[in-house]
Design a protein around this ligand. Sequence first.
Ligand SMILES: [Fe+2]
Ligand SMILES: [Fe+2]
Length: 490
Amino acid sequence: MQNITTTLKKLFYLWRRSQVPVKQPIKISRIDNLIIFLVCILISIISSYKLLLVSPLYIADIFSWFLTFTEILISSGVLILVSKKENPTISSRQIFLIITLLLAVQVTKLVLASTISPLSMIIPPALIISQGMGSITALAWVSIASFSWPDPAVAINNNLFFILLACSLVVSLLGGRIRSRAQLLQLSIFVPLGSFLSQWILIDQDKISLINEQKFVLANRDIFSDSLFLAMVMLFTILFIPIFESIFGLLTKARLLELADKEKPLIRRLSLEAPGTFEHTLLICGLAEEATRMIGGDIDLIKTGALYHDVGKLHAPNWFIENQDGSKNPHDELDDPIKSAEILQAHVDEGLKFARKNRLPKLIANFIPEHQGTLKMGYFFQKAKEKNIDVNEYYFRYKGPIPQSKETAILMLADGCEAALRAMNIDASDEEAFETISKIIYSRQKDGQLDDSNLSKGEIFLIKRSFLNVWKRIRHRRIQYPTSKNNTFS
Ligand SMILES: [Fe+2]
Ligand SMILES: [Fe+2]
């Protein structure tokens, strides 16, 4: 009985968590909304107008047209809602991409339905959408694109329809997870191969329906050339994905991993010109990755975001303690806490400039201001108070915004704990380390820094535990192993 109550409580908790938006939605301007709505109307007209081209035209035909028109319009609306739910920070450009692809497919069906296989029309756009906006959006797109055929005279073979759905499902599900261009290439070979084999097995046996109804294969029911054409279109799509990434601001897994390459010029510069910041960044990557894995967040996103979060320090590396190497602290010579606070804020402003110059995606650039939020620069504020008790706290707070996602919030917490964990005595117990982590996280919580991040209490606890695990690893690495004088073993 107790087990059932616990399970019910857990289910209720999970349900409640699922009702919370993960990220703050981005507002879309009225003009963009209007353009998107007009494109949806256009899609509905193109998908249904042929129903009116019958003579004589009866009321029943008009009613049937109206039903189809409304159905497509509502479906397009649902597609946009699904994409917004899966990507709360989706931009109008990306919504525009989804519906434009739907429009393009409907037009292609009208013009080329008798010469091009539906596989080649639907699978490549599904690949782009799954890569840029996730599997669920791609699946929603595929279902609308597969079910609505603008020309009622064109019948689609049942077996071919089944193969189309199966291939689209594979592409949508795998496309959202694929982490390298090489895997994309494999997909563009294996999906057409699979479609060829399944068409050969399922359709070729049913020759009558193939000849009479199946009008989509290229070169008159030649399933080989049909699959070859699909492979070519998919390869062509993969070639163009980087262009889609930059035009529509898509952030694919492959792009994230490319950005996380430590040989990227900006990261290389960080390691050479600000080695202390680079070391700090690497440790933060470890802390943030572990915590994100614990709460089930986007690991690739946080790893890349962590790598770029402090690139702004490149504008004046020696003004930051981790790069001072025990030499003079220029802040002491400056002896002006307000100016020092301005220099600290500059690492955020300059970081954003670096992000723009290097065309970093917005989701990565968000880590730069949000990891500092509106935190108080306590040290300089105290120094200023020693000089003038009435000094305004405003000058000693970062400009924000506070973290808007779980990932940027985790990075803020990792950033806060990194120095404390690194400085911690090697003999410190797990309890002491956990207490230090808890204190730092609690101070940020109390300061309201996590208010917009949607981190639950349970997740914050998991983050603390994961930071402790990383600390244990650091401690383990620092333990000196006893070695014999004549250490000859390797
Ligand atoms: Fe920072
Ligand atoms: Fe940092």
